[in-house]
Design a protein around this ligand. Sequence first.
Ligand SMILES: [Zn+2]
Length: 424
Amino acid sequence: MKCMTSKHRKRTLLRAAALGLMLSVLPLSGCAKESIFPHDGVVYSSQHYADGAVYFTWLKDAFFGNWPLACAYLDDPGEAYYACYDPLCEHSDNNCPAISYYAASTLVVKPDGRDDPLVFTFGSHGKFENNGLVSDEANEGSLVVRVYDVMTGEGSILAELYCDTVKNAYCLDGKIYLTADYYSKTAAGVLDLETGEYSEVDEDSPSSVIGIWNGRVYYITGRGKIKSCDLSLSDVREEYDCGDFMPTLNAFVDGGRLYYAVNDRKASDDAPISTMSVCDMYSVDLDDTGAGAKLVATDVCRCKPYDGDLYYTLWDYKDLGKIELGGRVADVFSYDGGTLYRYDAENDESEVCFSDCGTSFYDIFDIADGKVIFYGHQYKNPETCKNTGTANYMCACDIETGEWDVIWHTTVAVDGVWTSWSWY
Ligand SMILES: [Zn+2]
């Protein structure tokens, strides 16, 4: 992990100086400070990616549980940097504008006209000391929503939520729509970024935000119902009945299409791969829900919507033997044959984007700019992993050509879940 490049730092400093000059000629008045949050009617849903940069939280100090925000650039593969570019900052406590505690989920918001994004983190509150959670703040919420402005290098705490983790976050017009996971429940909610006010949908079963479309927030319930509500979580309508109990609440709304998973099941009982699960994915046209659902594929391993289509991998396990790396022996295997499929919703057809690309898709972070950003598990040429002792990589793969680059190669948090490579 390095400090941010001098090129980046210089660019940012120059920009700050220009802004200071502009402000100095404005008359002094009592105007309220303009909001940094976009109010442009755009739904921002990228969890990690903006303009060639991937943002994620990185474990800096296992004992204290510090996970500062980090970033890696597609045009600078193999390196990662602290998102905070203060050369004197240790990125280890609340003095760091880009600090987070424990593996935090993220949301990257990059409006047009902005050089660098706002990055929201949904992390824990404080430090771990003497085996107990010690809060840095007087008011002890269990989860803290922070924002870091990559453009100015400023960060702040926006709100405290009394849940354990946040996922499926979307930003629209100064609000974040999200799914809050509690010990005993899962709920779709909205956070007002200006006021810190937070509220949840009124449901008697678990609910999870799955997208925003045509000015309405879509969510799935534990009873298999797809519902929508207005942007203040009122005017609830039932949109579609998936007809099944939904323990995983795994669904998406993208480009007027609903995608949902059923029959979630363990892919295998074998030890190194027993945590993988598969499901069957269905698609519904939200303009014609009466036509019902179409089966996209069975045995789907990982999937993500993009431009209304669904990109997915299928369970296709291959045991490729063992390899000795750095004095240790590791299994070499592929979950999915390194093959990515695209379901074309318009024509109700799936096609192979590329096959046997050399790395399994352990988790798909984002799809943007014609690239799949994913956490990969390399099965071809694993001997190249010797220097790092890991075969798990953060990668960017071109959708059209299947060519992929390693962006970074150290174990990272994947949406709040620690993943690692098994060694023997
Ligand atoms: Zn810092």
